[in-house]
Design a protein. Structure first.
Length: 229
């Protein structure tokens, strides 16, 4: 059993016994966020890709807490150059950490970050995460479009909670996210990556209704809500 707190956008705090893990901590830049990055106490920072709304406060949180960044190799190398402890991984790879297992899945998206230079900083391929924590499997899809391999991910993993983007424009929209949930067959879906910006202003209740019509259970978390997984 573990606890999952929604911190807004695609940011989640996972806690199991003494382990604390944060995923895609976009807090100080998110006007909807209720938690301040300086109040976050974690051992691990998981980053799906280098976009500002996912890398977010990750480097500050990792260095302040002496926490380890887990990310695709190129993004991990970037974080290492910024002074973070890192554990680089890559798509398809998994590793047993003290808190549980992490596997990187594909995500169809980008990962460059405009840091002000002439060219965008290259941060490799984006990913999703399968996190096994307290005997439960949590799938964080990252930013991605719908892809057929979600069927395979669902077939090979008994997913307890799937965190899926529904905001459209940059990622899957509502209808594609419903299809993703049909592929993944999780016990529960939590929508993410909506409302933060004008162009991703989709309605989670509409997603919930369309998913219910396919017998998929959706839990809409308010920012700051905690779910026991
Ligand atoms: Ni992105
Ligand atoms: Mn994003």
């Amino acid at each position: 059993m573990s606890q999952m707190t929604y911190l807004g956008h695609s940011a989640f705090l996972l806690q199991e016994k003494s382990s604390r893990i944060i995923i895609d901590p976009y807090l100080s830049g998110n006007p909807l966020a209720v938690e301040k990055p300086e109040n976050i106490k974690v051992d691990y920072v998981l980053l799906t890709h280098g976009h500002g709304d996912h890398l977010g406060d990750g480097i500050m949180i990792a260095t302040d807490n002496d926490a380890t960044v887990i990310a695709p190799n190129e993004l991990a190398v970037y974080c290492s150059k910024q002074g973070c402890k890192v554990h680089p991984m890559h798509i398809g790879g998994s590793f047993n950490f003290p808190f549980g297992r992490v596997k990187l899945t594909i995500a169809f998206h980008g990962s460059g970050n405009d840091l002000g230079g002439e060219a965008m900083a290259y941060m490799g391929n984006p990913c999703g995460f399968l996190v096994t924590l307290g005997g439960k499997i949590i799938y964080h899809a990252g930013d991605t479009g719908l892809f057929m391999d979600m069927q395979l991910i669902g077939e090979m993993n008994k997913i307890d909670v799937a965190l899926l983007p529904i905001g459209d424009n940059f990622t899957m929209g509502i209808d594609d996210a419903v299809k993703a949930a049909e592929f993944l067959k999780p016990k529960l879906v939590v929508p993410m990556h909506f409302k933060t910006f004008d162009v991703i202003n989709t309605e989670p209740v509409e997603f919930q209704k369309k998913a219910a019509a396919k017998n998929i259970q959706v839990k809409i978390l308010e920012i700051g809500d905690t779910l026991v997984v």
